[in-house]
Design a protein. Structure first.
Length: 185
């Protein structure tokens, strides 16, 4: 199972468990006390990256649980976007990383499109499983094209980690995303 599927299953289990309370209990619906956060992390990729590179995604939660998966062609949508989803009890922290390695030479290509763009969306839920807040981050990262002789130089940069990143998202006990931890590294 892919990392995104594993994380999505874990998140869904928690949500359905949290939402299984008696729906006639309006007290849960009116509770504005944050308890959980659910986050979906968006990872931009390009057709060239998917074709010529191995892309590994790692997710780590605050307890140090770590899962990694190599992204395959079936893990991307039509725009080569991949997703990872996670949840946790507040306060909490999530770390998403991408490592890109060349699986074949790109030196003879006329151009190579690349990106490091990412974004996250999140929801805040009370103990009864009702959503009480939502948010999203700005898109961070760059996109570009290496052309002609630049392609061989860019291959060296890929080997040095120019397409790798780690994004950390830390939430306080009220479900607020702490901005200084929400940067590409």
């Amino acid at each position: 199972m892919t990392l995104a599927a594993v994380l999505c299953c874990a998140m869904t289990t928690t949500v359905f468990t949290a939402c299984s309370t008696d729906s006639s209990n309006d007290e849960g619906a009116n509770d504005k006390t944050p308890k959980y956060v659910m986050i979906q992390f968006y990872m931009d990729n390009t057709a060239d990256m998917v074709r010529y590179c191995d892309i590994e995604v790692t997710f780590e939660d605050e307890q140090g649980n770590k899962q990694s998966a190599k992204l395959e062609s079936g893990n991307f949508d039509t725009n080569y976007m991949a997703y990872a989803t996670a949840n946790g009890v507040l306060p909490t922290q999530f770390k998403f990383s991408r490592k890109v390695t060349l699986k074949q030479s790109i030196d003879n290509l006329e151009k190579f499109d690349y990106t490091t763009r990412t974004k996250a969306e999140y929801g805040i839920f009370n103990a009864a499983g009702y959503q009480i807040g939502i948010g999203e981050t700005e898109v961070v990262g760059d996109a570009g094209t290496a052309k002609g002789a630049e392609v061989a130089n860019f291959a060296q940069l890929i080997k040095q980690g120019v397409l790798d990143y780690t994004r950390t998202f830390k939430f306080d006990e009220k479900g607020n995303l702490i901005p200084e931890n929400n940067t590409a590294q």
